[in-house]
Design a protein around this ligand. Structure first.
Ligand SMILES: Nc1nc2c(ncn2[C@@H]2O[C@H](COP(=O)(O)OP(=O)(O)OP(=O)(O)O)[C@@H](O)[C@H]2O)c(=O)[nH]1
Ligand SMILES: [Zn+2]
Length: 222
């Protein structure tokens, strides 16, 4: 199955379209890591509804298994995308100081409960010797591809940092995520408002405390 960005006219086309849109609006080609079996999700959701004591055939629920299947396909569309594709374009700019995109909206699903965690990502890097940079939107797209997978916040944070290191070969990378986890708010301990902060620091920004402190202060104070 090829990733295509033409308008969808079947479920399969729609999934490919979503995957392509994650990378960029006009991409074609690229590896698919996992296909989504909509019928199987539908069956499972129907079973869940029965298991919790609901009637899956009542009016309001009849379409729910199919809706949930489509929603999951969208929420996990990142599994169908090779994140490296996001960084396939880069350009020369002879800029050798920090580039930081702050407050990138991030919503993912925790892999333990499949409940959302939501917050912001701050992604910064210091370009490498070649001075190559990438488009600012690509940093947000990278967050999006990794977020649309079953995740833990720590892995989401380090995956973004590691891919930037390998693809852009920058001097250093700093990724900070601040998120609230619905599995801590809606159930279990039921503490809403608690924020989890994770960071992944690589290269110069890890070795040099002064550079790291400068980047952190830009994240904290703007
Ligand atoms: N480190 C980390 N933990 C997470 C993340 N998302 C959810 N969790 C935690 O995963 C843990 C799973 O713990 P378990 O004891 O296996 O599951 P549980 O009985 O549902 O846990 P409680 O939430 O404490 O009721 C919980 O402590 C969650 O808060 C995440 O992104 N990172
Ligand atoms: Zn959870």
């Amino acid at each position: 199955m090829a990733v295509s960005a033409t308008e969808p006219d079947s479920d399969d086309d729609e999934l490919d379209y979503l995957a392509a849109r994650l990378v960029n609006g006009k991409l074609g080609g690229g590896p698919i890591e996992a296909a989504v079996d909509l019928a199987r999700i539908e069956k499972a959701v129907r079973e869940i509804l029965i298991a919790v004591g609901e009637d899956p055939d009542r009016d309001g629920l009849r379409q729910t298994p199919a809706r949930v299947a489509r929603a999951y396909a969208e929420l996990f569309a990142g599994l169908r995308v090779d994140p490296a594709q996001v960084l396939s374009t880069s350009f020369e700019a002879n800029h050798d100081e920090l580039v930081l995109v702050r407050d990138i909206d991030v919503i993912s699903l925790c892999e333990h409960h499949l409940l959302p965690f939501r917050g912001v990502a701050h992604v910064g890097y210091i370009p490498g010797e070649s001075g190559r940079i990438t488009g600012l939107s690509k940093l947000a797209r990278l967050v999006e591809v990794y977020a649309r997978r079953p995740q833990v916040q720590e892995r989401l944070t380090s995956q973004i940092a590691d891919l930037l290191m390998t693809r852009l070969e920058p001097r250093g990378v700093l990724v900070v995520l601040e998120c609230e986890h619905m599995c801590m708010a809606m159930r279990g301990i039921q503490k809403s408002g608690a924020k989890t902060i994770t960071s992944a620091v690589r290269g110069l920004l890890k070795q040099d405390a002064k550079s790291r402190a400068e980047a952190m202060s830009l994240i904290i104070h703007g």
